[in-house]
Design a protein around this ligand. Sequence first.
Ligand code: IMP
Ligand code: MG
Length: 188
Amino acid sequence: MRNAHEKFLKEILIDADTLQARVADLGEQISTDYADAEDLILVCILKGGVMFLTDLARHITVPHEMDFMAVSSYGRGARQTTGDVRIDMDLSVSVSGKHVLIVEDIIDSGYTLSRVIEMLKTRGPVDIRICTLLDKSSRRKVDIKVDYVGFTIEDKFVFGYGLDLDERFRNLPYIGVVDLDKLGIAPK
Ligand code: IMP
Ligand code: MG
């Protein structure tokens, strides 16, 4: 079915053009801020950050590496997260002596990123900054400093552009709000 996602789509929150324009702005800002950085590495948090990373990187003019880390949080039933975060796939290169820019799809409670930062800090990076496409800042449980935010959004469950609805629809070019009534079940 070509438009299978449509029955779960309540509304388009951020359309493709708006997303792309903001991603370009972020890339420009990052390029300015890291203009003198010797070793920059973009650390993408899989799977949600992948669309954002690939678009963002095309707007970053400073030479940089890319690497990927997959994490999952336990206790994520019905959108709840606990502080329990597991590394499913670690980075393949060292971050020692490098400027680390974490690229994430969305920050909710902040548990995931605070654990990732804690872990990466022990590996001797020059510094660690965070770039998230979306920030549900009203749901924050732990205090983390976010350096680059694409859009601050309300507390709604969203999907598309890397974010999944039960592992699907990451390919949508926009960010949509999930119609929880039509879904019938709580999303993961
Ligand atoms: P946190 O640890 O509570 O900050 O959770 C962040 C992670 O939860 C993100 O990286 C996403 O994978 C997932 N997440 C949080 N909100 C949403 C949403 O609205 N849609 C899809 N995934 C979400
Ligand atoms: Mg994620």
